[in-house]
Design a protein. Structure first.
Length: 264
């Protein structure tokens, strides 16, 4: 307990300094061990801002650089920000759709991270911004005790992050602030509209969106109020129109379209 009190004092002292995020990571690792920390700032539909990470170079490309190019649009943590989730600590599996871990986002992108589990603190910030402090393990999931101990530290994490990143919304720039009320859902909808423009029907684009997010045919049917069989027919039509054979090719085409759009 004494060690945690001392670490908390050092963390408070680090507020406003360039060592704050590293000190936060080290303090949390003193409570429960984990392998990596990444802290993203989110504001509406703006591209996520990497506030801190401690990945080695190779993993950083996947976790940060590739993520910012488009896969974040399918990330359960990003989508949770758009759903105005209550602040607190969450496991990714508790936020993900029913088939997330069998879906193409997981297989084609997330599995490349080599993670056993990711949990995250969601901290609300002024100006509609959100800070997500993600803690990652490569070998084994966080136990119930681990999660409880990190959850007990939530009031401190929330308070220090709100103090340190109180001007996060300003950091995104005037344009992003002006559009901060633009929902994440509008951004995603626009991405899928652009992806299937002139080829897919609005309903087919919806099926593609929920499929890539990791929803099963049954779940997509419930969301769109159509039968699972109709969902599967739409999927077959999408594959035919895009001249692809698998969900993997569908995911690749979507990400390629996002990267191409960001280059213009």
């Amino acid at each position: 307990m004494r060690k945690l009190i001392d670490a908390t004092g050092a963390l408070i002292d680090a507020i406003g300094t360039e060592n704050f995020a590293l000190t936060l990571s080290e303090t949390l690792q003193g409570i429960v061990p984990f392998d990596y920390t990444v802290i993203f700032g989110y504001l509406g539909a703006a591209r996520p801002m990497d506030l801190f990470d401690d990945f080695p170079k190779g993993k950083r490309k996947v976790f940060v650089e590739d993520y910012q190019e488009g896969p974040y649009l399918l990330d359960p943590f990003y989508l949770a920000c758009g759903n105005k989730i209550d602040p607190g600590l969450y496991r990714i599996k508790d936020l993900a759709p029913d088939r997330f871990f069998q879906g193409e986002y997981f297989r084609s992108y997330y599995a490349r991270t080599g993670l056993a589990e990711e949990i995250g603190y969601f901290i609300e910030m002024p100006g509609n911004a959100t800070v997500v402090v993600s803690l990652m393990r490569a070998e084994k999931a966080f136990s119930a005790k681990d999660f409880r101990q990190l959850g007990d530290f939530w009031p401190v994490v929330r308070a220090v992050c709100q103090r340190h990143w109180d001007e996060l919304a300003v950091s995104f720039g005037a344009d992003a602030q002006a559009k901060s009320d633009a929902s994440i859902h509008q951004s995603i909808e626009l991405a899928f509209i652009n992806f299937g423009q002139g080829v897919l029907t609005p309903r087919e684009r919806q099926v593609v969106e929920f499929t890539l997010k990791g929803h099963s045919a049954d779940a997509v049917g419930r969301i769109l109020e159509i039968s699972p069989g109709t969902v599967r027919i739409h999927r077959r039509n999408v594959y035919s129109k895009l001249q692809i054979r698998s969900q993997g090719e569908l995911f690749s085409k979507f990400i390629d379209a996002l990267v191409s759009a960001s280059d213009h």
